[in-house]
Design a binder for this molecule. Structure first.
Ligand code: GTP
Ligand code: MG
Length: 333
């Protein structure tokens, strides 16, 4: 959510549709809620709802209670290049409404379009927005609501990094994934490892060493190279096949004695590692450990699949019970 022209649709297009940032200049204003299911093409197993700028909470056709009840994270986009006073008032109204309906929502504030600001100005803007937003909540006696802030722009990797952090908070298996990554890197002499959602380039987990933006950018670029080359030269003439499968792997040696190593983990996930050249000499060990790591990841997600399946099964049973013998439902479903 966020005011008109703050950049909501651009963010969605750049992160989930590989749209180049310049093309977003031609996006039209959104005039109704756009829902998108990203679970078919990516690990990120949820819907993204893009709202038009001026949502009217008092409009009776806008059922915000229904919407917020099923929301995991509410991303509020503020245009940092514009006067943000109106945006802050909107943010306050939106957050308080949403919190009343569903106190479990994560509130994520993107201070967006920071490409137009100097480094000092960025910090000052973030401090000011942070202060004002929290003061407004405190004045309303709602200091228990936690807001997270991110400086973002579609013209660099900051938007992918921010989105990664938002998504990670929604993944219940995150501590297990981080733990597996820690065990994997410490036993293989690896410097840093990211588990990436290939389509969106969101990293859904990394080991517990600090993330450095440059490392993350290099990993994103590597995924682009692999997928682009694969799409252009890897598919059959009639376009059959997939650009990313079990065989997908890549090694890129950099001139600073590090090696980038990418391997397929699942249909949607790739592991990208930073390895020192001397450690990469023991590639056999890394590959063996990777084999164990991959198996563990599959086991983690098998549990999730089982839960989803049994839930679907239960829903189906309930539906069948509500239907009459000839299959006509007694009540609208
Ligand atoms: N400089 C800069 N411009 C951006 C950025 N993100 C989006 N824009 C521009 O902001 C303008 C508005 O973007 P939209 O994505 O249409 O905004 P919106 O929030 O979806 O607007 P509504 O649909 O009207 O609510 C476009 O011209 C984008 O190119 C950014 O990170 N930096
Ligand atoms: Mg829009």
């Amino acid at each position: 959510m966020g005011l008109r022209r703050s950049g909501k649709s651009s963010i969605q297009k750049v992160v989930f549709h590989k749209m180049s940032p310049n093309e977003t200049l031609f996006l039209e204003s959104t005039n109704k809620i756009c829902r998108e299911d990203v679970s078919n093409s990516s690990f990120v197993n949820f819907q993204i709802w893009d709202f038009p700028g001026q949502i009217d909470f008092f409009d009776p056709t806008f059922d915000y209670e229904m919407i917020f009840r099923g929301t995991g994270a509410l991303i509020f986009v503020i245009d940092s290049q514009d006067d943000y006073m109106e945006a802050l008032a909107r943010l306050h109204l939106t957050v308080t409404r949403a919190y009343k309906v569903n106190p479990d929502i994560n509130f994520e504030i993107f201070i967006h379009k920071v490409d137009g600001l100097s480094d000092d100005h960025k910090i000052e803007t973030q401090r000011d927005i942070h202060q004002r937003a929290n003061d407004d909540l405190a004045d309303a006696g709602l200091e228990k609501i936690h807001l997270s802030f991110y400086l973002t722009s579609i013209y660099d990797h900051s938007i992918f990094e921010a989105f990664s952090k938002v998504v990670q908070k929604l993944i219940p298996q995150l501590p297990t994934l981080e733990n597996l990554l820690n065990i994997f890197i410490s036993n293989s002499g690896i410097e840093k490892a990211f588990l990436f959602d290939v389509v969106s380039k969101i990293y859904i987990a990394t080991d517990s060493t600090p993330v450095d933006m440059q490392t993350y950018e290099l990993c994103c670029d590597m995924i682009d190279v692999v997928i682009d080359i694969s799409c252009i030269y890897g598919l059959k003439e009639d376009g059959a096949g997939t650009p990313y499968d079990k065989e997908s792997t890549a090694i890129i040696k950099l001139n600073n004695t590090t090696v980038l190593y990418l391997k397929e983990v699942t249909k949607f996930l790739a592991l990208v590692c930073f390895v020192r050249e001397e450690s990469f000499e023991r590639k056999g060990l890394i590959d063996y450990n990777f084999h164990c790591f991959r198996k563990a990841i599959h086991e983690v997600f098998e549990v999730r699949m089982k839960v989803v399946k049994s839930r679907k099964h239960q829903c189906q049973m309930q539906k069948n019970q509500r239907a009459t013998p000839n299959g006509t439902p007694r009540m609208p479903l």
